[in-house]
Design a protein around this ligand. Structure first.
Ligand code: PGA
Length: 249
């Protein structure tokens, strides 16, 4: 098994800029590249740079296919806290992606239709030829998407319960509203099927989770499942790399 590649940048902006440049090259070579895409604080700088490359340097993302990692459930697509709205406002519209080629699990499906919706999501990924490059963030508890500690490593897209710590971290953004208790997420098995994986982590609060994910495979740290994947790159800033055994941070 090829060991994970570690790329450690001085700060998040430097990492995001380098990765956006790399993505542009990959998409120039393969305009219909299929990406797995995250939301949250972590990818903001990457998406902002992809927008800048489109607006100022003519980067063409219009034929890229995208499958998002997760969405709260229940959640209206136009809710300010929905991941659908995050993607539309921060990437799809300003960077010139084709909305018809971008997919995100729906937080609007009725409970008795969720299982069929998840199965259809998996089928659509398969019909697209699979995710070529899965981009991820990592939770402070080591989660990937809403695959919280204890999640099955062969799981497919499903409705999952959010960990209390995940809900607590989201509370500030939800202001006085209740954070959903559940979300639809690609499973760890879905993630492990991707051709290659890039995990981004920035900031000191991610350092422990990054160190645990790279130490040994353990169900207590879902991101450690990536130790079983042959093509994983960790894109870190110095603060997130600080607890690695031989960090150069
Ligand atoms: P963040 O979330 O990017 O907002 O830190 C990452 C995650 O919880 O997966």
């Amino acid at each position: 098994m090829r060991p994970p590649e570690l790329l450690i940048y001085p700060d998040a902006q430097a990492g995001a800029t380098a990765f956006a440049t790399e993505l542009r090259l990959r998409v120039a070579a393969d305009p219909e590249l299929t990406l797995g895409l995250p939301t949250g604080g972590t990818p903001r700088a990457l998406y902002a740079e992809m927008v800048r490359l489109h607006r100022e340097e003519g980067a063409d993302w219009s034929r890229v296919r995208g499958f998002n990692l997760d969405e709260y459930w229940p959640m209206a697509a136009d809710d300010p806290q929905s991941f659908a709205r995050f993607m539309r406002e921060r990437l799809i519209e300003p960077a010139g992606f084709d909305p018809g080629r971008m997919r995100i699990p729906s937080g609007e499906v009725a409970e008795d239709a969720v299982a069929a919706h998840c199965a259809a999501y998996e089928e659509e990924i398969a019909a697209a030829g699979g995710v070529a490059l899965q981009i991820l963030g990592i939770g402070v508890n080591g989660h990937l998407g809403f695959n919280e500690p204890g999640a099955a490593w062969d799981g497919r897209t499903h409705l999952a319960a959010l960990a209390p710590s995940t809900r607590a971290r989201a509370q500030a953004a939800f202001a006085g509203r209740e954070v959903p208790h559940r979300g639809i997420t690609m499973g760890l098995g879905t993630i492990l099927d991707a051709g290659s994986v890039v995990v981004m982590a920035f900031g000191a609060d991610k350092a422990e989770a990054v160190a645990r994910a790279l130490a040994e495979p353990s169900p207590a740290c879902p991101a450690s499942c990536l130790l079983q994947h042959p093509r994983v790159t960790w894109l870190l800033d110095r603060a997130a790399a600080a607890e690695l055994p031989d960090a150069h941070a």
